[in-house]
Ligand binder design. Sequence first.
Ligand code: GLC
Length: 657
Amino acid sequence: MYEQVSHSLLNDILDELKPHIRKEDLRHFYTRLGGNFYAIYSLFHHLYGSRDDFKAKMIKLVEVMANQYIKRNDELKFLDVAREKDHNWFLRQDWVGMALYTDGFADNLAGVKTRLPYLQELGINMVHLMPILDCPPGASDGGYAVSNFRDVDSRVGSLADLELLSASMIKRSMLLVLDVVVNHTSNEHEWAKKARAGDPKYQAYYYTFENRDIPDMFEETMPEIFPENAPGNFTWDEEMGRWVMTVFNDYQWDLDYSNPDVFINMLDIILYWANKGADIVRLDAVAFLWKKVGTTCQNEREAHLILQLMKDCCQVTAPGVLFIAEAIVAPVEITKYFGEDAVIAKECEIAYNATFMALLWDSVATRNAKLLNQGIKSLPNKLDRATWLNYIRCHDDIGLGFDDNDIRLADYEPSAHRRFLVDYFTGAYDDSIARGKPFGLNEKTGDARISGSLASLVGLEVAQEKGDLEAIDEAISRILLLHSMILSFGGIPLLHYGDEIGMLNDYSFLQDEHKEGDNRWIHRPKIDWDKAALRHQHGSVEQRIFDGLKKMIAVRKTIPAFADFNNRVLLDVENPHLFVFIRIHPEQPNNFVLVVGNFDATSQYLDMKDLGRRGMFQYGQVKDLCSGESPALFKDQLVVPPYRFYWLTDQQSAAGI
Ligand code: GLC
């Protein structure tokens, strides 16, 4: 948009740019800067306009974007232009991701490179490397306490190793996802060290206070994220003689984004990793980016403005790069991280679907889809050109973040229901087959979350211990059922490493003094490659899970209706054990896939008459796209065996697919 104030400022800035920038051929850079400048200026002005040095900071911001553009290699610039043309590329059903810890998966980056064929065998074409940046040797919250944002941790390799891995992934058409921990740094980061040494410039990078007055005001309304390990939100730093805000662990210092230098530095870091080949950058803990006394310090409007500014700036330098918002917040808040508008107030193209994840776990415990249905019905619509990251397990705990009102509408009492779920998954409930651990137990509020590997949470650990073959079958069916949901829902499915071969809880963290206090390590395994080799042994648990997933992934990629163009219709069906939705081909409305999941231990029936009224399955021709079978129908009733899923088409649709 053309607007006089910002345009004349842009002219001034261009005149003042350093000579080496002016010499370069920056054609694409300038057109994109012109396109986004009004938004960039407005957002930057909103956040920092009252400062005397506003113009100097604006110049610095443009310089950062230009310098990183100059450093961006031709291959990546080519990809940017290609993705501008094909801007829906990430919404297609082609993508299937896996998140993994480099050391846990294959020791180091070179190891991950040699294991790429394994991932391809499964059908994975997007790899999220959990944090690999430099962090202190002791506790580092799994790499989320970064001490140097521009280097790879030597324990997993070097920048050169990452470049080799990225090159190999490009050849294989695989996407690379890297973390940038935008909300905080390690207390060992250079900025923190300078702040500790008394440098006021760097103290202004963080929230530091000489006494408890302001921290106490903050504490009145701020929840605790790790109440057991890191109670409170402030830590006294003896050397600095000041309190510092530490929302997560006491060694993770929160950055103060009301300081433009923090924003500019972090943008530079994001673009740096974009230039190292990240196709997608995962922005950690984005809900926490702005702190305000009297609030929970989550989901503040300014946090959204910061993300919009990051997106607008990234589009100027590296428009092919996408952002994932890691905002594990209430359902109504999550969708806001896509932005308010895909063109003028965009934020992150991708967000974790924590709501769907938690609802799926509810269905596992209750063996019905009552809350799942209700919760998805209430999930606000998301923007076009935005997509979910659908997952069952990740490296974090399972938070029961559904809406209380939805719980009531599903006929449960919220606190009793949450207690039941925690008891169920931690094995405290009589009938439970799960082996999870309570995480983040808050004595003051009674809240708790759940840790545990997928396989252990769905009963495989208990079943194998007992040698109960039927229970093993059931656990495998549950693993496949849950994956069938994330693979068909709409969005990018993200598998958690180890789940593809049914890795159980890993209790070795209890032997490590830096991990024993954080039971999320129970589901961050070291892959046992001998166990993985059992995927080739017919009838083994590993083979049944791996091949089941591999088949589903391959089939998903052939079903255009599974692309994410807001083309899902949830069906209210009478049977509460079934979760049922229709996915419609984005360009051919008559082509659809009916997704059915039975969360119960007994066979359930779906009444097909309603679908007939919608013009679907009129001729009683039903085909499951995944198995190729035609499931049993009895007098318009579709039989869905225990823990079974179907991806169904009728004859007409099958012809079009
Ligand atoms: C994110 C990460 C989590 C980490 C936290 C603090 O939520 O997923 O693992 O503990 O941020 O960095």
